[in-house]
Each structure stands twice: as structure tokens, then as C-alpha cells.
Design a protein around this ligand. Structure first.
Ligand SMILES: [Zn+2]
Length: 221
């Protein structure tokens, strides 16, 4: 499986294109929001000869869904996200207005509900859907077991964790997701977060202050 990352929109969000030798691909957290960013994404897909079959989202905050309709309409791709983030998805237009962002169409419906999906398949590739609520109620991580790659969205960053002060966020819940569902995947798993540089679980267990204080029992949750 191959991975290409882009940084899109004013929130500096990571969008990932993931594909295999069949050339089918998925776009994880399509955050492209301008004609220029649409073009950058589309040019890459064309140069590589890829066929996007799904826009898959780790969660539905506006900075992660700005390009979903572009992917859905341009390629006839399905939109996979958790219905537990429906309210957040539907509120994202007004959220963008608060940030003064002029945006195009945003998704209002989900084609594949990750709240009730254990695995996603494209080409010869399987991504396991791992529930990671806390940053949002419908947050998920996506695991490719063979390459030990984990797309963590805004749940776990390099040496940081996602905000829990936004509507639907909850600190005890995100810590339970990280300690219960992410760390057990193993130190050697590479994490591809929704913002910032990639990392791995071993590094986070040692150097992520939020994770370390929770592992040491220094915080209650
Ligand atoms: Zn977010």
C-alpha cells in the first residue's frame, strides 16, 4: 500500500491518498477547499493513474470534509464516515462561516456508516475501522495491518492529542480510546495524524506528555 500526504486549507489539515497495485485508491480526510487545492489533488490522482473509490473520514470536523464533495462528484466515490458525527457534519457550514471561510458544497449525507463497519475494502487492500471517540463522538482510526499504518485523525498527534473542548469532545473518552484502542496496536505502528508530522506508537508512549501522564496514573479519567 502506498501513501501520499497533502496539507490543505487554512487549518493545515493532512489529507492522505492511499492506493495499491490495482490503482484503486481512497482519499482519507479530503480537506481540499480551493480550486488550486482541488487541482493539486486531481493532478496527483491523474499522474498516478488512480481510481478513487471512497472518501473516508476519521471524523467530520469542517477542516477534514471540505474536499469530500469534490471527491464524491468528480470520481463517483462513496463517502464513508460515522453517523455519530452527523450533527457535526451538518453544523460545519456555520462553523466555516465563523472562521470566515468561503467554502463550496459540504457533505450532508454519509454513504457508508463507519459506526457499523468493521472493515473497508478497496483494490486488494483492507483498512480496519477502529472506534476512537473523544475528539468527536464518531471518531475512528483506520488501520492497515500489513504495513502497520494507522490514520489517527485528530485523536493522536505527534506528541499531542486532539482537542476535547469542542462540541461533542470529551477528555475521558479520548484517553480511553488512545489507551484502550490505539496503544495496544503495538509500538512499531506508524501513525499518520490529521495535522502535523507522522510518528509511531512507541514514540508516543515515551514522549507524548498526555499519554505518559495517563499511563502513569497521574490524571483521572
Ligand atoms: Zn478535528
Amino acid at each position: 500500500m502506498e501513501i501520499k500526504s497533502f496539507v490543505f486549507n487554512p487549518i493545515q489539515e493532512n489529507t492522505y491518498v492511499v492506493w495499491d497495485e490495482t490503482k484503486e485508491c481512497v482519499v482519507i480526510d479530503a480537506g481540499n477547499m480551493s480550486a488550486r487545492e482541488d487541482r493539486i489533488l486531481a493532478d496527483f490522482i491523474e499522474e498516478q493513474g488512480l481510481k478513487p473509490v471512497m472518501a473516508v473520514n476519521t471524523h467530520c470536523h469542517f477542516d477534514h470534509i471540505l474536499g469530500v464533495e469534490f471527491v464524491r462528484e468528480t470520481y463517483g466515490a462513496k463517502f464513508a464516515a460515522s453517523s455519530a458525527d452527523n450533527a457535526i457534519m451538518l453544523g460545519s457550514k456555520s462553523h466555516c462561516a465563523m472562521f470566515g471561510l468561503e467554502v463550496g458544497e459540504l457533505p450532508e449525507t454519509i454513504d457508508i456508516d463507519l459506526a457499523s463497519t468493521e472493515e473497508l475494502h478497496f483494490g486488494d487492500t483492507t483498512l480496519r475501522v477502529i472506534p476512537t471517540p473523544g475528539h468527536t463522538p464518531g471518531g475512528v482510526a483506520l488501520l492497515h495491518e500489513e504495513s502497520k499504518s494507522l490514520f489517527t485523525g485528530d485523536t493522536l498527534f505527534r506528541e499531542c492529542i486532539g482537542r476535547t473542548d469542542l462540541p461533542g469532545g470529551d477528555y475521558p473518552t479520548i484517553m480511553k480510546s488512545i489507551l484502550g484502542n490505539i496503544l495496544p496496536l503495538g509500538d512499531e505502528v506508524t501513525i499518520y495524524p490529521g495535522h502535523g508530522e507522522k510518528s509511531n506508537i512507541g514514540h508516543e508512549s515515551l514522549y507524548n506528555a498526555f499519554v505518559v501522564e495517563a499511563l502513569n496514573g497521574e490524571v483521572n479519567f
